[in-house]
Write a protein that binds this ligand. Structure first.
Ligand SMILES: Cc1cc2nc3c(=O)[nH]c(=O)nc-3n(C[C@H](O)[C@H](O)[C@H](O)COP(=O)(O)OP(=O)(O)OC[C@H]3O[C@@H](n4cnc5c(N)ncnc54)[C@H](O)[C@@H]3O)c2cc1C
Length: 417
C-alpha cells in the first residue's frame, strides 16, 4: 500500500515526462482541483531528461510557430510566474546549408517564419564566423540566424522545475505508481487503477510517452503513434567553446550541434531510424534498456566534418538516446478523445516534445479547465485519422516524418491561419 496515493482526484495525469509534468503544473495553476501525476518509474526519468534541450522558433506552419514562441515566453517567465527558476541560455541559432537546394529550403522557411513573426535573417560568412567560432565556413553556401532561440543545458532542470512548481501549487506527483487500467462507465472515465488501489476520477490525461498507445488501449483506443529511437553525444570540453555560441542546424545533413558542458553536443536524423514499440520488449522495459548505436553519431560527425571539424575526433563524455513518439503527419497528438468522455492525450512529440511542453501543457490544461484552449489545436486532434493504421504503414509514415525533420513537406502550410 502507499499512503500517499489518494482515492479521488479531479485529474490524473499518466506519465511525468515533459508533457505530463507541464500539464500538471498548469492544471494546478488554473485551479483544476486535486491534480495527481503518476509515473511507473522515477518521476521525469525516461525520454525527457535525455533530450538535447533545443527550442526552435522556425517551424513548418503558423500554429507551431506561434506555439514555439509561446513556449519560449513561458520558459523566460517561469521564475516570475511560478517562483521556480529555469536556467536557459539564449544562444540564438543558425541554419546552415551546403547545397543550393538546401539554401532554398532555408530561405523559404525563414521567409514564412518572418511573416509569422519570427526574427530571423540570412547572415554573411563574417557574421557566421563571429557568432559561431566552432563553425568552419568554407563549404557553407547559406546561413541564417535566429536570435530568439534558446536551449536548456541539462533537460532535467526543466523537469525538476515543473515538478517543484506543480507540488508548490498543490499537485501530487508520484513515481513508481503505474496506471494499470482505466475504468470506464456509461458516462466515460470513472477511475485509474494502480497496484496500490483505485483512484476515482473523471479526467485522465495519457502523457505516457513511448507507452502512450499502451495506456490508450486501457481505455479501448488505438493511437497512431510510433516510438522511434533518437541519439546524441556530448564531447569533452573543447578550447574556445562558449555556452553562448549559437545552436547550429546543418540542414543538408539533418544534424544539430550546440555548446554543452564546455564542449559540443551533436545529434541528427538518420535515414534508417529504429522503430521500437516498448511493449514488445516486456513489462520492465525502460529507456535505460534502449540499445544505442554510436556509429550513427560517428556518421553524422563525418558528414559535417568540413563545417564542425571538432566533432570528428573529440573525446566523448556522454552518449545517450531515447524514444520519440512519431505520428504519420509529424504533428502532435493533443486534446480530448471524442468517444471516451474524460480521456485526453498529450503526446506525438515528433522530436519536439521537450520544447513544446511549456506551451502544449498550458493549452491542454486551459482546455480542460475552461472548455477551450486559447489556440485552436484541431490539427493535433487524437481522432484526426479516419481509420486505424496497420502497423507496417504506421512505421513507414513515422520513418518518413523522422527523416524529413529538417525538410517538412508543408513549409508554408497554415499561412492563412
Ligand atoms: C536524444 C534526444 C534528443 C532530443 N532533443 C530534443 C530537443 O532538443 N528539443 C525537443 O523539443 N525535444 C527533443 N527530444 C524529444 C523529447 O525528448 C520528447 O519529445 C519528450 O521528452 C517527450 O516527453 P514525454 O513526456 O512524452 O515522454 P517521457 O519523458 O518518456 O515521459 C513519459 C512518462 O510516462 C511514464 N509512463 C508510461 N507508462 C505509464 C503508466 N502505465 N503509468 C504511469 N506512467 C507511465 C513513463 O515512465 C515516462 O516517465 C529529444 C529526444 C531525444 C531522445
Amino acid at each position: 500500500m502507499r499512503s500517499d496515493l489518494p482515492t479521488d482526484a479531479d485529474v490524473v495525469v499518466v506519465g511525468t515526462g515533459a508533457f505530463g509534468l507541464a500539464v500538471a503544473v498548469h492544471l494546478a495553476r488554473f485551479g483544476a482541483g486535486r491534480v495527481l501525476a503518476l509515473d511507473r518509474f522515477d518521476v521525469g526519468s525516461q525520454t525527457s531528461p535525455r533530450a538535447a534541450g533545443l527550442f526552435k522558433s522556425v517551424q513548418a506552419d503558423y500554429l507551431r510557430t506561434r506555439l514555439a514562441a509561446l513556449a519560449i515566453e513561458i520558459v523566460r517567465g517561469f521564475e516570475k510566474d511560478m517562483g521556480v527558476p529555469v536556467p536557459y541560455v539564449q544562444s540564438g541559432s543558425l541554419m546552415i546549408a551546403r547545397t543550393e537546394r538546401h539554401a532554398r529550403v532555408i530561405e523559404t522557411e525563414i521567409a514564412a517564419a518572418r511573416r509569422w513573426g519570427v526574427t530571423c535573417d540570412s547572415i554573411t560568412t563574417a557574421e557566421l564566423v563571429r557568432l559561431a567560432p566552432y563553425v568552419e565556413p568554407s563549404t557553407v553556401q547559406y546561413a541564417a540566424y535566429v536570435p530568439e532561440d534558446i536551449y536548456i543545458e541539462e533537460p532535467s532542470a526543466l523537469l525538476e522545475a515543473y515538478r517543484l512548481a506543480a507540488e508548490r501549487l498543490g499537485a501530487r506527483v508520484l513515481g513508481h505508481v503505474p496506471a494499470t487500467n482505466i475504468v470506464l462507465g456509461d458516462g466515460g472515465v470513472e477511475a485509474v487503477e494502480t497496484p496500490y488501489g483505485r483512484v476515482r476520477t473523471e479526467t485522465v490525461i495519457d502523457a505516457a510517452g513511448a507507452w502512450v498507445r499502451a495506456v490508450g488501449r486501457m481505455a479501448g483506443i488505438d493511437l497512431a503513434v510510433m516510438p522511434m529511437r533518437h541519439q546524441l553525444a556530448i564531447t569533452e570540453a573543447l578550447p574556445g567553446t562558449a555556452a553562448t555560441h549559437p545552436i547550429t542546424r546543418i540542414v543538408d545533413a539533418a544534424v544539430y550541434v550546440r555548446p554543452c558542458r564546455g564542449g559540443l553536443m551533436w545529434g541528427g536524423f538518420e535515414s534508417n531510424p529504429l522503430a521500437l514499440e516498448p511493449t514488445n520488449h516486456g513489462e520492465q522495459f525502460r529507456i535505460d534498456n534502449l540499445p544505442l548505436d554510436f556509429s550513427v553519431l560517428e556518421g553524422f560527425a563525418q558528414a559535417v566534418r568540413d563545417v564542425v571539424p571538432a566533432l570528428a575526433d573529440a573525446p566523448i563524455q556522454e552518449h545517450r538516446g531515447g524514444l520519440f513518439t512519431m505520428t504519420p503527419d509529424g504533428r502532435f497528438v493533443a486534446g480530448p478523445v471524442p468517444n471516451v468522455r474524460g480521456l485526453w492525450v498529450l503526446s506525438g512529440c515528433n522530436g519536439s516534445g521537450f520544447s513544446f511542453s511549456p506551451a502544449l501543457g498550458r493549452l491542454v490544461a486551459e482546455w480542460i479547465v475552461t472548455g477551450e484552449p486559447s489556440y485552436d489545436l484541431t490539427p493535433f486532434a487524437p481522432s484526426r485519422w479516419p481509420t486505424v493504421w496497420d502497423e507496417a504503414t504506421l512505421v513507414q509514415a513515422a520513418i518518413y516524418q523522422y527523416t524529413h525533420y529538417y525538410e517538412p513537406l508543408e513549409a508554408v502550410d497554415g499561412e492563412q491561419s
